[in-house]
Design a protein around this ligand. Structure first.
Ligand SMILES: Cc1cc2nc3c(=O)[nH]c(=O)nc-3n(C[C@H](O)[C@H](O)[C@H](O)COP(=O)(O)O)c2cc1C
Length: 335
C-alpha cells in the first residue's frame, strides 16, 4: 500500500553539481537573477540560469519583440545583453555575493565565439555552463547549430576543451528537429555532461489589422504551457536514448504538477521560464508544490522519481513495496 511520505528529500544533482532542490529559472526569463531578488532569496532556488551571454553588448532584434497568442507566447528578443565583460563585473558578481547556484548560458555566432566565452569564464565563480546551441548560427547563414548533429557536436567538443574541466557543460537543444535523440547522442559523445531541453519552438503570428507579421523579427520562439507536451516528449525520448545523462527539463512549467511530469519523464531538475513573467514567485512556489506532489504519491526522494514513468508497472509496485517494508522495519525497530 502506498502511504503519503511525511518528508521528501528534494536534493538532486546536474552532473557534479549538487542542488538543494530541483527548481531553477530558465535562460532569458529572469535576466541574471537580480530582478527576482526583490521577491525572494535567490540562494533558496536550485539555481539561476542566466540570459544567454555573448561576447559583445547587443541590442537585439527589431521591435515589437513579444506577442501573446491564445496558445503560448512568442518572442524575438534576439539575445539582447550587456556582453561578457559587463556580465562578469556586475551580474555574476551579484549572483556570487547573493549565494546563488549559477548556471551561465553562453551563445555565439560561431564556434570561436563559444570557445572565447568559455575561456573568459574559466576562472569565474560559476557552477555550470549551459551552451545555447539552439540560437541561429551565422556561420551557416541562419541555421541553428542544434539542428545538425555534426555542427552541434563540433561546438560542444570545442567548448568542452576550452572550459574549466571542473565545470560541467550542458547543451541546450531545440525541439525543431526530426530526431532529438540523435542530436542528444552526438552532443553526449562530444563531451556534454548533460542536456537542457527544450528551447522555444519557431513560430509566427500575423497581425490581422495591419495584415503583416506581428513581430519585428517576423518569426519568434513559442513558449509557455502550449509547448509542455512537446517538451515532455523530448525529455522522455532523450532519457530513453541516453539514460545516464542528466537532463534539465523546461517548457511551459507553471505548477509543481507540471514539474513532476518532467521529472517522471527523466529530468533531474527543471527550469521555469515564461511563468515568471506573470508570477515572479513561481519558481519558489513550484518547489513547495513539487514536494507535496511527490509526498502525495509516496516518493521518499526526488531522485527516486527521476525517469519513473519509464519503469514497468511491476517495477513501480516493487519500489513502493520496498518503501513500505523499510517503514515497517523502522517501526518494528522503534518498539
Ligand atoms: C523572452 C524569452 C527570452 C529567452 N531567452 C533565452 C536565451 O537567451 N537563451 C536560451 O537558451 N533560452 C532562452 N529562452 C528560452 C527559455 O529559456 C525556455 O527554454 C523556453 O522559453 C521554454 O520554457 P518556458 O515555456 O517555461 O518559457 C527565452 C524564452 C523567452 C520567453
Amino acid at each position: 500500500m502506498r502511504t503519503t511520505q511525511p518528508t521528501v528529500d528534494l536534493r538532486t544533482s546536474l552532473a557534479s553539481v549538487q542542488l538543494a532542490n530541483p527548481v531553477l529559472t530558465a535562460s532569458g526569463c529572469a535576466a541574471a537573477g537580480k530582478e527576482l531578488g526583490q521577491f525572494f532569496d535567490v540562494a533558496d532556488l536550485g539555481g539561476i540560469v542566466t540570459k544567454s551571454i555573448m561576447m559583445r553588448p547587443r541590442s537585439g532584434r527589431a521591435t515589437p519583440r513579444m506577442a501573446e497568442t491564445p496558445s503560448g507566447m512568442l518572442n524575438s528578443i534576439g539575445l539582447q545583453g550587456p556582453g561578457i565583460d559587463s556580465f562578469i563585473a556586475n551580474d555574476l558578481k551579484w549572483l556570487k555575493d547573493n549565494g546563488a547556484r549559477t548556471v551561465v548560458s553562453i551563445a555565439g555566432h560561431n564556434t570561436d565565439e563559444f570557445v572565447n566565452l568559455a575561456k573568459r569564464l574559466y576562472n569565474q565563480p560559476i557552477d555550470l555552463l549551459e551552451v545555447n546551441i539552439s540560437c541561429p548560427n551565422v556561420e551557416s547563414r541562419g541555421q541553428v547549430f542544434a539542428c545538425d548533429p555534426l555542427a552541434a557536436s563540433r561546438v560542444i567538443s570545442a567548448v568542452r576543451r576550452a572550459a574549466n574541466p571542473n565545470v560541467p557543460i550542458f547543451a541546450k537543444l531545440t525541439p525543431d528537429v526530426t530526431d532529438i535523440a540523435a542530436i542528444a547522442r552526438s552532443v553526449a559523445d562530444a563531451g556534454a555532461d548533460g542536456i537542457s531541453l527544450i528551447n522555444t519552438l519557431l513560430g509566427m503570428v500575423i497581425d490581422l489589422d495591419t495584415l503583416r507579421p506581428a513581430l519585428g523579427g517576423i518569426t519568434g520562439g513559442l513558449s509557455g504551457p502550449a509547448i509542455r507536451p512537446v517538451a515532455v516528449r523530448c525529455v522522455w525520448q532523450v532519457h530513453q536514448a541516453v539514460p545516464h545523462l542528466p537532463l534539465l527539463g523546461m517548457g511551459g512549467i507553471k505548477t509543481g504538477r507540471d514539474a513532476l511530469e518532467f521529472i517522471l519523464a527523466g529530468a533531474c531538475a527543471v527550469s521555469v521560464g515564461t511563468a515568471v513573467f506573470h508570477d515572479p514567485t513561481a519558481p519558489m512556489r513550484i518547489i513547495g508544490e513539487l514536494r507535496d506532489e511527490l509526498a502525495l504519491r509516496g516518493f521518499a526522494s526526488l531522485t527516486d522519481a527521476v525517469g519513473f514513468a519509464h519503469k514497468s508497472a511491476a517495477e513501480q509496485d516493487g519500489y513502493f513495496a520496498g518503501l513500505a517494508r523499510a517503514d515497517a522495519a523502522a517501526i518494528a525497530g522503534e518498539r
